[in-house]
Design a protein around this ligand. Structure first.
Ligand SMILES: Cc1cc2nc3c(=O)[nH]c(=O)nc-3n(C[C@H](O)[C@H](O)[C@H](O)COP(=O)(O)OP(=O)(O)OC[C@H]3O[C@@H](n4cnc5c(N)ncnc54)[C@H](O)[C@@H]3O)c2cc1C
Length: 289
């Protein structure tokens, strides 16, 4: 059991980890996939770096700084995050499961919406981004999962015992390693239907009848975890109070995922605040026990 689990090792997540660890708490940071900061060729507007610093350098230095302080930092993709009966957080990766008293979401704010005709038209009318939230609406129905990596397999597993059938559509990308599900590898041309989604048409002319499609391309982002946990979001951003708490007790968010100024300085500030708030939350819980 960790005091604080942090998803994301960019400026927001690492800053949160430094403050929580320096308050003598056990901290786990999980990260995988691209960080915005790695894409920045030169960061020339952040305090203290005369002549600037490359984003990739700042990213790896941050991770090393946290490790040197005793933060556990693991390169594992987070597939799912749920609250358990003890009001702690269970975080699943392909490699294992981790439990934390608090959770900080600092995944940056990538957009996972695929560029497929009809995707906007059927959002909420057959197209969903969260199996745990909406799977129940598709009891015994035929559903598709759109994606080809571990996150898609994890969403398929959520649906397996609810839906009548689950097929994975990779939209032209290589098939995932699975014998459990039928995998359709062609490029998708269009989602179609009437008031609701009924069909997925491929560019090769084949089509499949479906009642629902769950988008799970690439890896899960902060907004996906938020939806699963019942956290209020605004578009693709997680809503937080000034102390970076969300509406779900013990869950905090920081950095690009909360919107606003998409800069390192803001991510670092919010991370610090989220780390401190997570520690305060644990302290007040401990007092009550
Ligand atoms: C080209 C470019 C140039 C920029 N230039 C500047 C600049 O000059 N100055 C400036 O201040 N800002 C700049 N920025 C913005 C800055 O990089 C971001 O504001 C900052 O990186 C946000 O930090 P973050 O920690 O919120 O997110 P990110 O840096 O995006 O980090 C997100 C973290 O979450 C992890 N993650 C995501 N999903 C998962 C998952 N499912 N499981 C596990 N881990 C996951 C990623 O691996 C990563 O570690 C630039 C951005 C870009 C793209």
């Amino acid at each position: 059991m960790y005091d604080v689990i942090i998803i994301g090792a960019g400026p927001a997540g690492i800053s949160a980890s430094l403050y929580a660890k320096r308050a003598n708490r056990s901290v786990l940071v999980l990260y995988s996939g691209e960080s915005q900061i790695e894409k920045a060729h030169l960061i020339d507007n952040y305090y203290g770096f005369k002549g600037g610093i490359s984003g990739a350098q700042l990213y790896s230095d941050g991770i090393e700084q946290a490790k040197a302080l005793g933060v556990e930092v693991l390169n594992e993709e987070v597939l799912n995050a749920v609250m358990n009966a003890s009001m702690n957080y269970e975080i699943s990766t392909k490699q294992g499961k981790y439990e934390g008293k608090t959770l900080i979401i600092s995944t940056g704010n990538k957009r996972l919406k695929p560029d497929i005709k009809g995707v906007d038209d059927f959002e909420g009318r057959g197209i969903s981004y969260c199996a745990i939230c909406d799977g129940f609406f598709y009891r015994k129905k035929n559903v598709a999962v759109i994606g080809n990596e571990d996150y898609a397999l994890s969403e398929a597993d959520e649906l397996e015992h609810i839906a009548g059938s689950v097929r994975i559509f990779t939209d032209g990308l290589p098939a995932p390693e699975t014998e459990k599900y039928e995998v359709v590898t062609g490029k998708i041309k269009e989602f179609s239907g009437d008031a609701k989604l009924h069909k997925i048409e491929l560019e090769d002319g084949t089509s499949y009848d479906v009642d629902g499609a769950f988008i799970a391309q690439g890896s899960a982002g902060g907004a996906d975890f938020a939806k699963k946990l019942g956290i209020v979001i605004n578009g693709n951003n997680i809503k937080t109070a000034d102390d970076m708490s969300t509406n779900v007790p013990g869950v905090f968010a920081c950095g690009n995922i909360t919107g606003g100024l998409l800069q390192v300085c803001k991510a670092v500030y919010e991370g610090a605040q989220a780390g401190l708030s997570a520690v305060n939350y644990i302290k007040s819980k401990e007092k009550k026990e």
